[in-house]
Design a protein around this ligand. Structure first.
Ligand code: BGC
Length: 743
């Protein structure tokens, strides 16, 4: 057995036993291999000291609740996310946790997805950049990450059986791209395979994904861990590339592994590989533990959580410069969420926060001497509440104040891990309240809290100012106050399009599927790729977010090299307040030979905080790998040559400067076979030369093409070579052609 020192002394039973957990959160200590403790993740440490579960039910020890991924992604800031990862690592270490189960990097395919709050974006590049930063930060503290849920786990409906039926191009270009980037650049210690099936094959038994792609192509050198309860057939899973089944404790699947080896249906080498990978994980953990430094981080991390949360707030709209709030103006704060904030999602990621900022208190703390009244306005989970009376009280308060600040959103009961939403609507009583408040107090600011996208048309139609926090974690209350009063100038950007209506969304007709199959019929056209390619109206586009200042883009230069395209662009603060700008770079290849979205995000940079009038030159590399598409005819990535259009701007619909740059393409030679068409053969120089002979016979049987008055070549280009014999071509000449041009 080729194993780590010490592992060779283990019996086959012991090696098999290493491949399943000891209990809910830990692995077994066997021989030289120490036990590893894991826990959720990702936006806080859910360390359970008593009862254990994976649904967020039993208590956990207090830990800082940072903004969940839905909020964090709105920062678009890798450095900020790296700092969050490092802070999580310090807390995990202090709580005795070796592997934190995150980040969740599945693509938000449909806004109804129940776990969208745990995922970053509808875009794979942004997801990959942020996920890699999180893993790098976490692992810098000696705590391992678990990149999840691998793969194509984009809905909660029937989540333990459903097959995500997805074509190769979207699988590679949309659903795996972020995972690939994170594995390659941040090297997570573990990857967690998902519950679902992919094109019919359970993730845990998917050799193509767990072995060929993850290890073979991406060079993953860690342990593949199952999602909790994802393994139905452990011997098949071990063969496919699974190393560790979680949770564990029963010993049932260890016995199955032994039986399968005895029966000759499971190769002992695969069991050894799994044992080795678990041993490697334990060795990494041991080195990480040696770096433990237990200091009380509660205050520091709460401060960090506030700083981060403020950077995640998106200013969707700000008519008449209503925000930031002018000192001295009286405020009517309205809405249950102002006193009982909605700040994280439900399920396995649910954290017990060390403290919790109450937005109303934080607003009062910054309002100085201005009067701040409060009304509940509506009730979320109280069926006995009289919403009419609550509304009337709130309207009266708004009428008596200079500005109304209205907290709206989704209650915890309306969205969670474990189920998908059926619609995107805010509760009707909240929208009624908004209408009534704006009628008496036009200066109304809406503050939104929600894990999944909500339909904002009704809000945008009446509220002159809208702040969208998504979910902001335990310090969201303070962060929102900072943004409302201009202590922080908002720089958050939407990581997900807000559509006009559910019926416009790309997967509308293919979600959540039926009979345990969901067809990814929209293909590559996920999120803004769909809306922008179809030139559809959206409520707020991908990447949108305003600032209290303004920015100008100038002097775009594009330089192609072997590494990709270097983009340089000047960004100037043209307004009157300090602020930072998130610069987004999109590309397209006009006239591409393959189907492509109208534009795709290929680069992101955040400026420093710029003083009014200050300019920063941003320089970023659009990596050549990121320009590639997945060529299904040769099963590999190809950069198509040509003049790429490159835009820099402030959203996918707010493109400020653009240019063209020539990029040299990869060589792509499609093998010429009997099934190749005449057109394909003519496009291949070697085959085209050999075709001259073949054409002689064919033109006789086809008669005079010009007499048809059409481009004869276009008509016949689609004829496969092996059908040409029916048109008088000599089969022997055809065979000769194939022999001469085949690979
Ligand atoms: C979730 C994972 C989580 C695990 C452990 C599963 O139900 O899908 O995200 O890490 O439980 O709690």
């Amino acid at each position: 057995m080729t194993s780590k020192p010490g592992l060779a002394d283990l019996t086959p039973e012991q090696r098999a036993a290493l491949g399943s957990g000891a209990d809910f959160w830990t692995t077994k200590a066997i021989g030289p291999v120490a036990s590893v403790t894991m826990t959720d993740g990702p936006h806080g440490v859910r360390r359970q000291a008593g009862a254990t579960d994976h649904l967020g039910l039993a208590e956990s020890l207090p830990a800082t609740c940072f903004p969940p991924a839905v909020g964090l992604a709105q920062s678009w800031d890798t450095e900020l996310v790296r700092r969050v990862g490092a802070a999580l690592g310090r807390e995990a270490r202090a709580l005795g946790v070796d592997v934190l189960l995150g980040p969740g990097v599945n693509i938000k395919r449909d806004p109804r997805g129940g776990r969208n709050f745990e995922y970053y974006s509808e875009d794979p590049l942004l997801t990959g950049l942020l996920g890699a930063a999180w893993v790098t930060g976490l692992q810098s503290t000696g705590v391992g990450a678990s990149l999840k849920h691998f793969a194509a786990n984009n809905a909660e409906h029937d989540r333990m059986r459903s097959s995500s039926d997805v074509d190769p191009r979207p699988l590679r270009e949309i659903y795996l791209r972020g995972f690939a980037h994170i594995v390659r650049t941040a090297r997570p210690w573990t990857v967690m395979c998902s519950y679902n099936r992919i094109n019919g094959v359970p993730a845990a038994q998917n050799r193509r994904l767990l072995t060929d792609v993850l290890r073979g192509e991406w060079g993953f050198d860690g342990a593949v861990v199952s999602d909790w309860g994802a393994v139905a057939d452990r011997p098949a899973a071990v063969t496919a590339g699974l190393d560790l089944e979680m949770p564990g404790g029963s010993g049932v699947s260890d016995a199955q592994v032994m039986a399968a080896m005895a029966a000759g249906t499971l190769d002992p080498a695969d069991v050894d590989r799994a044992a080795r990978n678990v041993a490697t994980l334990a060795a990494r953990v041991a080195a990480g533990r040696a770096r433990a430094h237990n200091v009380d981080t509660t205050d520091d991390h709460h401060r960090l959580a506030r700083e981060v949360a403020a950077r995640c707030v998106v200013l969707l709209r700000n008519d008449r410069g209503l925000l930031p709030l002018t000192p001295g103006r009286s405020l009517a704060v309205i809405g249950e969420f102002a006193t009982q904030p909605r700040y994280q999602g439900g399920g396995s990621s649910h954290v017990n926060p060390t403290r919790l900022d109450v937005p109303l208190d934080e607003i009062r703390a910054l309002a100085g001497s201005a009067t701040v009244s409060y009304c509940r306005g509506f009730a979320t989970d109280d069926t006995d509440a009289d919403n009419d009376a609550l509304r009337a009280e709130a309207v009266a308060a708004a009428a008596n104040a200079d500005v109304a600040v209205l907290f709206l959103g989704l209650a915890a009961t309306q969205e969670s891990e474990g189920f998908d939403r059926e619609h995107l609507e805010l509760p009707a009583e909240q929208l009624d309240l908004l209408d009534a408040v704006v009628r008496v107090r036009p200066d109304t600011v809406v503050v939104l809290a929600h894990g999944g996208v909500v339909r904002l048309g009704p809000v945008a139609a009446s509220a002159p100012a809208i702040l969208d926090g998504g979910l902001l974690g335990q310090a969201g209350g303070g962060a929102l106050a900072d943004v409302l009063f201009g202590v922080v100038n908002p720089s958050g950007r939407l990581a997900e399009t807000v559509p006009v209506r559910l019926q416009d969304t790309p997967a509308y007709l293919n979600f959540p599927g039926e009979n345990s199959h969901v067809r990814y019929g929209e293909g590559l056209y996920v999120g803004y790729r769909w809306y922008d390619s179809r030139e559809m109206d959206v409520c707020y586009p991908f990447g949108h977010g305003l600032s209290y200042t303004t920015f100008d883009y100038s002097d775009l230069t594009l330089t192609a090299s072997e590494a990709g395209i270097t983009v340089r662009v000047g960004v100037t603060n043209t307004g009157s307040r300090r602020g930072r700008e998130v610069v987004q770079v999109y590309t397209a290849l006009p006239g591409s030979s393959v189907t492509r979205p109208a534009r795709e995000l290929k680069g992101v940079a955040v400026t420093a905080e710029l003083e009014p009038g200050a300019r920063e030159e941003i320089s970023m590399l659009l990596r050549r790998d990121d320009l590639a598409y997945w060529e299904t005819r040769v099963d590999r990535w190809i950069v198509e040559g040509g003049a790429y259009r490159v835009w820099a701007g402030a959203s996918s619909r707010d493109l400020r400067v653009s240019g063209l740059v020539d990029v040299a393409g990869d060589e792509l030679r499609i093998p010429i076979t009997a099934e190749s068409t005449l057109g394909e053969a003519l496009a291949d120089p070697r085959a085209a030369a050999a075709l001259a002979d073949v054409f002689g016979g064919m033109s006789e049987s086809m008669g005079d093409a010009s007499a048809l008055g059409v481009d004869m070549m276009r008509m016949i280009a689609s004829i496969p070579l092996n059908r040409l014999t029916g048109f008088g071509v000599d089969p022997q000449k055809l065979d000769a052609l194939l022999a001469a041009t085949g690979d």
